[in-house]
Design a binder for this molecule. Structure first.
Ligand code: DGJ
Length: 708
């Protein structure tokens, strides 16, 4: 029915809800133990059967609409908010068609096409289902052919509906405290928002990964759980909107100040949301996500890693050619395989001798390295060490030739005093000249003969988001365009240097997300390397990331016993950041023993399945074990944070019928040997009765190999 009212034509819609005809299409996405069901309603809109909601024939309510749009009847948090070219602030999406294609035997791609009947405006909901891993990657594509730009104000990557009685586990932190404070709370009516507004990184205070447990809190072995992780290295928002009938998880680019003008015929693709399902608790959830990550979420996820020695904690900015070369022989002697030269090797007019100068001037400092980096890399390679280098291509110090030549290249707000963080500014990657400069920088550094590893750092976030390159009415696009340009740069780096291993670092764990990790081999979880803290952080990161992706270096942070520090670091991607020339003979022997032990077990810790056994947040100790994929070998770790009764550690994931010989590796000096060392047991016995570890006091740790 059409009415004329105050010069407007008003279309009165009779809202038909609560019924669906059997012939309306339904679309089911299935993985091994998870299913997601969509149903087209009589009104043509797309609905989702809530996850965990038992009744698949229940009447559909408007609240159950999938990817709900603002402005046309939906009153809760929308997934999509757009302003059409004619100024209309409403969108209505109805179902068009869908396709399901098997990309491989394990992978199915589902694309659901929706459109707005009143506008040439189309949304495609995309899902890639990984059968065996119970992982679904979800994203949205938006395009139109309107007469001008459409303003996208909200464009979520996901809007999954769940039933009520859901617990949310999320991780709040800060610099040096990343991912060590898990918070589990029941979602209650209202909207719970996890977000960041940092622009060039997702994390500092909040990680874009979380866990939803249905029908009560999950344990490592029990409960229905859904892990979510947004693959985006910029400002993000995850909102859990509970309207008392159901809970909607809306995750995507943070709508804060991020209006994006989508031109006709362009496609906007949202970041990917990664969902992992398990009916058997957090442990299985992580193992599935780790399996996915090895194949799709990181580089070379099926390869072990070289033991690394970094000079940062040993020298800081204070070094030259001779000092660095003097570290190579002790590095080789102790068994490390890769040397990483950190910050401080560049800058001439403004030498990088502290963090006040030099960023942006990526020429080797002539006083420190008169012949450049190649002779240094060669000196390492000639001693049988691989050589790696630190870089921070996105940043500039005002004290640099680059800033003096191009003051307009930085992100800042006109008429505001420049706000520095760590004395530096972010280069405006939306500007093509900056893209070219950063690519040339990366290319020239990684092209130095002998360099096969690099650490890509990013030591500040955005606080004054202004671009002198983008037009006045496009300033809010900076947040999105920066990250897209960054990914283009990372992609080009990975493709041009396929054999160069890359570590992702952001003043600690600021870029611990799957958006960037797919171009990298590992990430730096935190500048805090105190092993008592790392036990907690590594536990929490392991919910989402395989330990081989977590760089873990032995340092003097916290002044903990060397044996404890080494054992904690060996349980992830092992490295050291120590002045080996200053270690006591005993500590040096402990380090050498740890490296030799790590080489024996890395096939299992890097490539095997992880079982978290005892949670260090809740106990006087933490314990975990890894099992090789053929279950012939395993490795167990125990980290004792406080004094407590020494009880057996019960292992998981072993083959119950196989026999394993247990052997403590690199035993701590002066401590009694592990009881039953060298004896063999069946997997069933080890899982039922456990192993009594040699550690029994605070700051003792042990690593036990289980071999056929
Ligand atoms: C911050 C990193 O987290 C450190 O490991 C180190 O690389 C410094 N930056 C160097 O400036």
């Amino acid at each position: 029915m059409k009415l004329k009212f105050a010069g407007c034509q008003i279309l009165l819609a009779i809202i038909v809800m609560g019924t669906t005809h059997a012939e309306n299409p339904s679309i089911v996405l299935k993985t091994r133990s998870f299913a997601l069901t969509f149903q087209v309603g009589d009104d043509g809109r797309l609905y989702q059967r809530p996850i965990g909601g038992g009744d698949s024939a229940a009447k559909l309510k408007r609240d159950d609409e999938f990817y709900p749009q603002a402005g046309d009847g939906y009153v809760w948090e929308p997934a999509l908010e757009a302003v059409h070219a004619d100024g209309n602030t409403s969108t209505k999406l109805v179902y068009d068609s869908s396709t399901q294609t098997n990309e491989t035997a394990d992978l199915e791609l589902t694309r659901i096409h929706l459109h707005d009947p009143a506008y040439p405006f189309e949304v495609v909901l995309c899902f890639r289902s990984h059968q065996a891993e119970d992982v679904i990657e979800e994203w949205t594509e938006i395009r139109h052919q309107e007469s001008g730009g459409v303003l996208l104000k909200r464009m979520a990557s996901t809007s999954l509906l769940l039933t009520t009685n859901v617990y949310l586990t999320h991780f709040f932190g800060d610099w040096a405290k990343e991912m060590m404070n898990p918070i589990t709370e029941q979602i209650t009516p209202g909207t719970k928002v996890l977000d960041s507004k940092l622009g060039v990184r997702a994390e500092q205070f909040q990680n874009p990964s979380f866990i939803l447990s249905l029908n009560g809190k999950a344990t490592e072995t029990d409960g229905q759980v859904l892990a979510g992780s947004l693959a985006w290295s910029g400002s993000f928002q995850c909102a859990f909107d509970d309207n008392n009938h159901g809970i909607r998880a809306l995750c995507g680019i943070n709508p804060f100040d991020s209006v994006y003008k989508l031109k006709p015929d362009e496609t906007f693709t949202t970041p990917i949301m990664i969902w992992t399902w398990s009916d058997h608790g957090l442990g299985e959830m992580s193992r599935k996500l780790h399996a996915w990550a090895r194949d799709f979420g990181m580089r070379d996820g099926h390869k072990t890693r070289s033991v690394l020695l970094n000079n940062w904690e040993a020298t800081g900015f204070n070094f030259d050619f001779d000092r660095i070369v003097s570290l190579f022989d002790p590095a080789k002697e102790i068994g490390t395989e890769l040397f990483l030269l950190d910050d401080g090797w560049f800058g001439n007019q403004y030498p990088r001798v502290n963090d006040h100068a030099g960023l942006g001037d990526w020429q080797p400092n002539r006083q420190r390295f008169p012949d450049g980096l190649a002779p240094l890399a060669a000196a390492a390679v000639n001693r049988g060490l691989r050589f790696g280098i630190w870089m921070e291509p996105e940043m500039v110090n005002p004290n640099s030739e680059l800033f003096h030549n191009h003051p307009d290249w930085v992100i800042c707000q006109p008429k505001r005093e420049l706000e520095l963080q760590r004395n530096q500014l972010v280069l405006d990657l939306t500007r093509p000249a900056v893209q070219e400069f950063e690519w040339n920088t990366i290319h020239d550094i990684l092209n130095v003969p002998g360099i096969t590893y690099a650490k890509w750092d990013c030591n500040r976030y955005l606080t004054q988001p202004g671009s002198s390159y983008l037009a006045a009415d496009s300033q809010s696009e900076l947040w999105i365009e920066y990250v897209q340009a960054l990914y283009a740069l990372m992609d080009k780096t990975a493709k041009t240097f396929p054999d160069t291993e890359l570590m992702l670092c952001s003043g600690g764990g600021g870029r611990a997300d799957y958006g960037a990790l797919k171009y990298f081999h590992e990430f730096w979880p935190s500048d805090n390397t105190d092993p008592t803290i790392r036990v907690l952080m590594q536990w929490d990161y392991s919910y989402f990331f395989p330990p081989v992706a977590l760089a873990s270096h032995v340092t003097h942070w916290g002044h903990r016993p060397m044996h404890f520090a080494c054992t904690v670091a060996m349980s992830a991607r092992f490295g050291m950041d120590l002045d080996l020339t200053k270690l006591s003979a005993q500590d040096k022997a402990v380090c050498a023993g740890a490296i030799s032990a790590y080489k024996q077990i890395r096939e299992v810790t890097a490539l095997g399945d992880l079982y978290r056994l005892e949670d260090p947040h809740a106990n006087f100790r933490g314990a975990l074990n890894f099992v090789s994929t053929d279950r012939s070998r395993a490795v167990a770790f125990v980290f004792q944070l406080n004094d407590g009764e020494n009880a057996p550690v019960r292992l998981q994931g072993l083959d119950a019928t196989k026999r394993y010989t247990i052997h403590e590796l690199n035993p701590a000096p002066g401590r009694a040997a592990m009881q039953k060392d060298g004896q063999s047991f069946t997997g069933e016995e080890l899982m039922r009765d456990g192993i009594l570890p040699s550690c029994s006091k605070a700051l003792e740790a042990t690593v036990i190999a289980l071999d056929p």
